[in-house]
Design a protein around this ligand. Structure first.
Ligand code: MEV
Length: 317
């Protein structure tokens, strides 16, 4: 059974605590950012003898015949294989509001939207765990050694406490979180920042391992704070994590400036999020101090600064 048109969407994510450390087996916490989304539409096109993936928002297009190794082409091939379907005349169109290479999970979200659209075209139901596994495989093509946190939070659409190789633990939020997302305006590839940390670790294992352990301990502390609704303690964890991420060279001058500006304007805590070396800063705020923090981040050079609310359930569907 198939339809005329399959649709899928997925949202961005933000890592609250534990990025980079999670690659080495330490815990991390991530939340879905439902206000930023990627969408996909899939349809059969009798004029094609190929699978074409179009991304009009950045003027790119990929094809199974020309770009078989491209991660989104791989995503299409993986879901077709999973469904036991063959399709040599598929046109998939993607749109995304999530800035690419900016720490918000754009690559995993776009792949998840595509996979959902193709499975919707074939009228198939995809369990979140299956979607997560398929996106993980795409992330391996894209990033090399992903921990699995991005595909998990994006597929399950719930705040997650995550440890590589262990079942994800979903966290109820007793109070909503208000996060300001500030874009440094400098894209940065996760693959490269993960490789840079790996190289540093080879050169100075004692220092890097000590920092990664402290980042993992902060994720534990942050989990308790989150579960108790103690936003002041959570904010302290975020700011401490930024210092530690800076100690393994994944911050830079513009990220440090944004973090300092957010704290100065009254944020409870602030840090870079995701791979770092560019991308986004997140600032945890009380709703009443959101506006001054947004303003301070813009004045400090953020290309964009927007408030988003992370609610209790967080599920889109
Ligand atoms: C990327 O969103 C987070 C990193 O920890 C990499 C990963 O977990 O795969 C930097």
């Amino acid at each position: 059974m198939s339809r005329q048109l399959g649709r899928g969407k997925a949202h961005a994510k933000a890592i609250l605590l534990g990025e980079h450390a999670v690659v080495y087996g330490h815990p991390a916490i991530a939340v879905p950012v439902l206000s930023l989304q990627a969408w996909a539409e899939a349809r059969f096109d009798p004029s094609l003898d190929d699978i074409i993936i179009e991304l009009p928002h950045n003027g790119r297009a990929y094809s199974l015949q020309r770009d078989p190794q491209q991660p989104l082409v791989q995503a299409a091939a993986l879901i077709l294989q999973h469904l036991g379907a063959t399709a040599s005349n598929l046109r998939i169109r993607l749109r995304s509001q999530i800035p690419a290479a900016s720490g918000l999970g754009s690559s995993a979200a776009v792949a998840a939207a595509l996979i959902r659209a193709v499975s919707n075209l074939f009228d198939a139901k995809l369990r979140p765990a299956t979607l997560s596994e398929l996106v993980f495989q795409v992330e391996q093509v894209q990033h090399g050694t992903p921990s699995g946190i991005d595909n998990t939070v994006i597929a399950f659409e719930r705040p997650v406490y995550f440890r590589k190789g262990q079942p994800p633990c979903f966290l109820p939020l007793p109070v909503p979180l208000h996060l300001v997302l500030a874009d440094s305006g400098r894209p940065s590839l996760t693959r490269e920042s993960v490789a840079a940390v790996r190289e540093q670790r080879e050169q100075d294992p004692a220092h890097v391992d000590a920092v990664l352990s402290c980042l993992g301990a902060l994720a534990e502390e942050g989990r308790q704070a989150l579960e108790q609704g103690d936003l002041v303690a959570l904010g302290r964890c975020l700011s401490a994590a930024h210092e530690l991420l800076a100690a393994i060279q994944v911050s830079n001058e513009s990220l440090d400036r944004l973090v300092a500006a957010a704290l100065e304007a009254g944020a409870l805590g602030a840090k870079l999020t995701g791979g770092g070396r560019g991308g986004h800063v997140i600032a945890l705020v009380e709703p009443e101090s959101a506006e001054p923090v947004v303003e301070a981040l813009r004045s400090a050079g953020a290309a964009r600064a927007t408030l988003c609310r992370i609610g209790r359930g967080c599920r889109v569907q």
